[in-house]
Ligand binder design. Structure first.
Ligand code: NAP
Length: 266
């Protein structure tokens, strides 16, 4: 069976462009999606020359209804699509109190609403074909909401929770899902957000190529959650196990004793 075609949002630069390169190397046809038509065309020429695969740029501003609809239509109708990589995303320029609300709303729209729409549509299409995979780029800040812009962290926590949530439902339909949680990764995201990457300790910054190669290794292992820099996987397992241990106590008839008011159910 051929690899099929991978549609990659945010493929005009950074992590998405590296995914396009690595997936082309693996023999996938590529549909790179982003707003910058020139960069997409240059990427397409390079990838088709270097890897001999079909690359079909799809210029789109995913926050615009009409553009997004074209991508959704393709996800629904193109039987050759076998992989969606949701990489389009923007970072914050300042902490919440120093940010324009409109900017935070826009970030949330792209990082959450758009990713949600594309994922739901791909999940339904791939499940009906009993074949496909979805890779969602979250961030390690999903696990550290106190350390960074609140809206950005919460948007990435959504990506993590949503991906975990659908994994169980989609598996019996032959659809693989993965949430990738990069730490700092050297891309243009920082410059776009007005952040000086030189202020970040170099030992905390991974090259985008290394990040994507590690994530694809996690994908090949069938991981639902991949944290590229985490050496001790037991730490993640412990966190997940602790979360699951809460389950029997989260929905009970009686309030916990520490909340007793003495008024009973009157
Ligand atoms: N770099 C990091 O340290 C880091 C860490 C954790 C997670 N991440 C996540 O990784 C993902 C990729 O980020 P990156 O670091 O590679 O940054 P990047 O180089 O700025 O890439 C962002 C991509 O999203 C596209 N994009 C932005 N707005 C768009 C829109 N309205 N419609 C369509 N495409 C749009 C951009 O292309 P156009 O401008 O051409 O549209 C670009 O290709 C993001 O989701 C980010 O949150 C990054």
């Amino acid at each position: 069976m051929t690899k099929g075609t991978a549609i990659i949002t945010g493929a005009s630069s950074g992590i998405g462009a590296v995914y396009a390169d690595r997936l082309a190397r693996r023999g996938y046809g590529i549909v790179p999606v982003a707003r910058d038509r020139g960069r997409l065309t240059a990427l397409a020429e390079r990838l088709s020359t270097e890897h001999g695969v079909t690359v079909t740029p799809l210029p789109a501003d995913l926050t615009r209804d009409g553009d997004r609809e074209r991508v959704l239509t393709m996800l629904r109708d193109d039987q050759g699509l076998s992989l969606l990589v949701n990489c389009a995303g923007i970072g914050p320029k300042a902490p919440l109190l120093g940010s324009e609300r409109a900017g935070l709303d826009s970030m949330l729209h792209l990082n959450v609403d758009v990713l949600h729409s594309l994922t739901v549509t791909a999940a339904q299409a791939f499940a009906s074909r009993q074949r496909g995979a979805i890779i969602n780029i979250a961030s390690v800040v999903a696990l550290m909401p106190e350390r960074f812009n609140a809206t950005y962290c919460a948007s990435k926590a959504f990506v993590l929770a949503f991906t975990q949530a659908i994994s169980t439902e989609l598996k019996p339909h032959g659809v693989q899902v993965q949430a990738v949680l990069p730490g700092f990764t050297r891309t243009g995201l920082f410059e776009r957000a007005g952040v000086d990457i030189a202020a970040i300790p170099p030992e905390m910054i991974m090259e985008a190529g290394d990040m994507v190669d590690a994530s694809l290794a996690g994908f090949d292992r069938g991981e639902i959650v991949t944290i590229p820099s985490l050496a001790d996987i037991q730490l993640w397992s412990d966190l997940e196990n602790a979360r699951l241990e809460l389950a029997p106590y989260l929905s009970l008839k009686q309030p916990a004793a520490r909340y007793a008011t003495g008024t009973g159910s009157r």
